[in-house]
Ligand binder design. Structure first.
Ligand code: ADP
Ligand code: ZN
Length: 722
């Protein structure tokens, strides 16, 4: 037999299939060790055949076969080819995505316990063997753990009985199942007519991709769980993806109560051993639902009946290391391959996804009401320009102070959300709310302290810092917003007896810290939770009836074409925390630009209106989804190799432009906005293209100039242009 092997080395020079001779046990999907260039390396078997085109003396034998069921499922080879072609990465790098990191490193192994199983309890024993007789007697009770038996009857006696055929020793695998999961079973809920209707529409449509656009609290989760149940009933499997930050113990326990052992959870908060065992439970079919963040799209499942991506708009669905894949794109590949449906869900779909839905490419399902007709919280806008004029320099408007007072008096809880992303980068006028913008691109400028200037991340234009606001002449230009600490100390002055929890990067060391704070707040051990983006999603706090959003406009002025989209998403998601259970909720939104159209639509929960406006703006200004922003990044330890690679990529792109002038809207090479990260210099070739037509050629350029001295990679519509 001959094995076709891909060696586990991430280099394009060895990105081929090598042949080795092997025994019968080796099949497609097996992991092996093979001799390679004077060493022995790990390899993946991608196929076996009875014959070889090479003369037998040229073929070396496989050195070692891992003693395990084949780790890779058939579909991996299909996806490997798709991904390698799409993102131009070596096949070995694609295959690694399908295996838990712990497995490749060889650091984690299965754990077993030994059991003694009774065989023939009538064996004859010498009279003197009292302990052995006692042990035989004991075995009438059935199987027992070997070590416990040895402690009780002595190892000699136990082994003697086994040797004489009275019992046999079994090795049984122990699953390290994460302990934090809830007990008890949960029955599916009776679906509401709206939920029923949504499922009927999904089932009745021939389309592969379905978008559930449902307001917060409209019961999307119950729809997902119902779809998963149906897949299981048909003997199939399912993948359920959520943003990493939503993988909370609350959510695990709900899924475990509903699906029990059939659900496996792949989560970075598990121990390596737990993750390894959960993964094998999926591979062997013992578990049939994979639940996890982005990387769980590579779960080793066969015969998939449904793939679900919750909070599909979330930025964490884009990989930030090679291959820089879009989870939805991989999910589509798998859905088509398995002939199953892909369900995307969100209260605030990304503009790109929603435009595909309105164009008819995706099946659009809209849920406009919360469960039980609960109202969406009322959002009030507080104009901070007026507060400044009145001499209020604290973080809180008078409206928010009043609402906080009422909430605390009634024994309810409040969340104060601080919009800190892109924090210190934009400059806004506190008198009129104007944010400094690029003359060519109509996006906010970013402040760069090392050069003390403003820059546009989309065209590289530089501007001097103005002393006064170009719009109103005001002198109160402000860099960034307030910090969480300042907010907490302001709150303490206003409400000395309130119990306050703070959640930001400083207070949440590791995932555990994050859960601990949420858990304490959920148990009502605090009255007010102050936090950043981390609290934006995924948690159900029934007693929260007030949400305050400070600096609502900060994200409006991100130096990013998606700034409006992000702001709408943030406001909607954060507001969704208020009034989820009994009492109606309220939201106070503080801003320096109260007339901004994004805020107006958010206050009215008018996604359709927001979308209509936003898509018209993108079309007029030539931004995605009408165009493609493509950045080729070059990083290196020194300037020389970086500039060399940069030149190569840039000239290559210029040649492309000469050949296809209509495709290029913008092409330039420059320093990246952040010039150095972790000692590596950063340069970029930035392009705005009419379409994705030239992407394969651009990826080729990146592969051509990437090497040991300079790392070159492509980003498509990057979430972050810094
Ligand atoms: P979404 O995911 O759309 O934000 P959830 O799935 O969290 O909404 O549902 C909101 C609330 O409604 C949850 O507390 C959930 O338990 C409850 N719920 C969902 N479906 C039903 C139903 N069919 N009957 C009763 N309660 C439901
Ligand atoms: Zn510009």
């Amino acid at each position: 037999m001959y094995a076709e092997v891909i060696v586990d080395i991430a280099h394009s020079n060895v990105d081929k299939i090598y042949e080795y001779s092997c025994g019968e046990g080796v099949v497609a999907g097996s992991r092996v060790k093979v001799p390679f260039g004077g060493r022995v390396v790990d390899g993946f078997v991608v196929g076996v055949s009875a014959t070889s085109a090479y003369p037998p003396e040229k073929i070396k034998p496989v050195s070692f076969v891992y003693d395990e069921p084949p780790a890779l499922v058939e579909e991996c080879f299909f996806l490997m080819n798709e991904l390698a072609a799409r993102y131009r990465v070596p096949k070995a790098v694609c295959l690694r995505l399908f295996l838990p990191a712990e497995m490749r490193a060889g650091r984690v192994h299965e754990v077993y316990k030994k059991l003694v199983k009774p065989l023939d309890l009538g064996i004859s024993l010498p009279k003197s063997a009292k302990k052995q007789a006692e042990f035989l007697q004991f075995l009438k009770g059935g199987e027992a753990e070997y070590t416990a038996c040895c402690e009780r009857f002595g190892r000699g006696a136990v082994n003697a009985v086994i040797e004489k055929g009275g019992a046999e020793l079994l090795k049984v695998k122990i699953n390290r199942t994460p302990a934090s999961f809830g007990e008890g079973a949960e029955q599916p809920r009776q679906l509401t007519p709206a939920q029923r209707d949504a499922i009927d529409k999904i089932e009745g449509s021939p389309k592969t991709v379905h978008l559930i656009h449902g307001v917060t609290g409209s019961g999307k989760t119950e729809i997902y769980l119902n779809i998963i149940s149906r897949a299981l009933q048909q003997g199939k499997t399912a993948i359920f993806l959520v943003p990493e930050i939503s993988l909370t113990p609350q959510m695990f326990s709900q899924l475990k109560r509903r699906f029990g052992e059939k659900a496996a959870i792949l989560h970075s908060g598990l121990s390596a051993g737990e993750r390894f065992d959960e993964w094998w439970r999926l591979r062997t079919g013992e578990a049939r639902i994979a639940i996890g963040a982005r990387s769980a799209i590579f779960s080793p499942l066969e015969n998939i009946g449904a793939i679900i991506i919750d909070e599909e708009h979330d930025g964490s669905y884009f990989s930030e290391s090679a291959p820089r894949y879009s989870t939805a794109e991989v999910a589509k590949m798998r859905a088509r391959h398995n002939g199953c449906k892909l369900i995307l869900g969100s209260a605030t779909p990304s503009v790109e996804t929603y435009s595909r839905a309105v164009s008819g490419e995706y099946n659009l399902i809209t849920l406009t009401q919360r469960i039980n007709g609960r109202p969406l919280p009322d959002i009030t806008i507080a104009d901070m320009r007026k507060e400044v004029k009145r001499g209020n320099s604290s973080s809180f408007s008078s409206a928010l102070r009043e609402e906080l007072k009422d909430t605390l008096q009634s024994g309810n809880q409040a969340i104060i959300f601080l919009n800190r992303r892109g924090y210190s980068h934009t400059v806004i006028c506190q008198d009129c709310g104007y944010a400094l913008k690029c003359e060519h691109c109509d996006v906010a400028l970013a402040y760069h302290s090392e050069e003390d200037c403003l820059k546009c991340h989309y065209c590289g234009a530089k501007y001097r810092l103005p002393r006064a606001c170009p719009e109103c002449g005001g002198l109160h230009l402000r860099y960034g917003g307030t910090g969480t600490q300042r907010v907490v100390s302001d709150l303490k002055k206003l409400f000395p007896s309130a119990r306050i929890l703070r959640m930001d990067n400083d207070t949440t060391s590791g995932k555990e810290g994050h859960y601990k704070i949420l858990k304490e707040f959920g148990e009502k051990k605090a009255d007010i939770l102050v936090g950043t983006q981390m609290i934006a999603k995924g948690h159900d706090f029934p007693s929260v009836t007030l949400v305050g959003i400070l600096d609502a406009d900060m994200s409006l002025h991100f130096s990013d074409y998606r700034a409006g989209e992000r702001t709408f998403q943030l406001i909607t998601q954060v507001s969704g925390h208020s009034g989820r259970a009994g009492e109606a909720g309220k939201v106070v939104l503080q801003t320096f630009s109260p007339e901004n159209y994004i805020l107006r639509y958010a206050v009215g929960y008018d996604y359709a209106g927001f979308f209509k406006n936003e898509i018209a703006l993108r079309k007029a200004t030539g931004f995605p989804p009408f165009t493609l922003i493509c950045r080729v990044m070059v990083t290196a330890a020194d300037d020389a190799p970086a500039l060399e690679a940069l030149k190569g990529v840039y000239f290559g792109a210029e040649e492309l432009r000469a050949k296809y002038p209509g495709e290029f809207i913008f092409l330039n090479k420059m320093h990246s906005p952040i010039k150095k990260i972790q000692g590596r210099v950063r340069y970029q070739v930035l392009m705005r293209l009419e379409s994705g037509r030239l992407l394969p050629q651009i990826y080729d350029l990146a592969v051509k100039y990437s090497g040991a001295d300079a790392l070159v990679y492509v980003e498509e519509n990057p979430v972050n242009l810094s």
